[in-house]
Design a protein around this ligand. Structure first.
Ligand code: DX5
Ligand code: ZN
Length: 219
């Protein structure tokens, strides 16, 4: 099993002090930065572009930046995010007309590849991705906003995904995103998830006590 990775989502960060807030979360023990990109087309919200990713790199953030593209179409922005310093780029299969072409485009630009499954989407596609991807992201909320309630039915899907990834034996990570907090983290980890996205549970923690926030998730 891979080492547990905690990836705070900047969606819930103090956006007026983004660089400092991201640094504080990493200094508190977070591992990656989860960078939620929304286009007000694939999801009814609008967030960050490649320039914000570049700004974090210029600020001195060296940790992996895990870009989650909730955009459609998706291919056009992959080169820009790769150039802006993305470490991995995850996309929703229903946002592209050619999944393999999108995977290859991400790889051609030097980034790791993630494929995202929304809560109601079955894992049927997963077996065809063997050997092609680095990360599977299971949404535990419908994409679009932070601070939503966790959908427990996704835990069973995570167990199914973990069983498939264990057969692959290639280190592909199993990530979950949405509504994860101290009350459900044990169940999330028990389901076989090894990479956790948390926005409000970290950046929303009282008094910006990110050490306490991270400790609440490292059960
Ligand atoms: C949904 C976003 C959120 C975010 C996490 O599109 O992807 O899931 O990253 O937000 P919290 O942890 O506050 O649910
Ligand atoms: Zn996300």
């Amino acid at each position: 099993m891979n080492k547990l990775i905690i990836a705070p989502s900047i969606l819930s960060a103090d956006l007026a002090n983004l660089g400092a807030d991201v640094k504080a979360a990493l200094d508190a023990g977070c591992d990656w930065i989860h960078f939620d990109v929304m286009d007000n087309h694939y999801v009814p919200n609008l967030t960050f572009g490649p320039d914000i990713c570049r700004a974090l790199r210029n600020y001195g953030i060296t940790a992996p930046i895990d870009v989650h593209l909730m955009i459609k179409p998706v291919d056009g922005l992959i080169p820009a995010f790769a150039k802006a310093g993305a470490t991995s780029i995850s996309f929703h299969p229903d946002a592209t007309s050619n999944i393999d072409a999108t995977i290859n485009l991400i790889k051609q630009h030097g980034c790791q590849v993630g494929v995202v499954f929304n809560p109601a989407v079955p894992l049927d596609l997963l077996s065809s991705l063997k050997g092609k991807i680095d990360l599977v992201l299971l949404m535990s909320v419908n994409p679009g906003f932070g601070g939503q309630s966790f959908m427990p039915h996704v835990l069973e899907k995570a167990q199914q995904a973990r069983a498939i990834l264990d057969l692959w034996q290639d280190g592909t990570r199993l990530q979950m995103d949405g509504g994860i907090n101290k009350d459900n983290i044990a169940a999330v980890l028990k389901s076989g998830v090894d990479t956790v996205v948390a926005g409000s549970a970290i950046f929303g923690y009282p008094n910006k006590n990110y050490i306490a926030a991270v400790n609440s998730l490292r059960v």
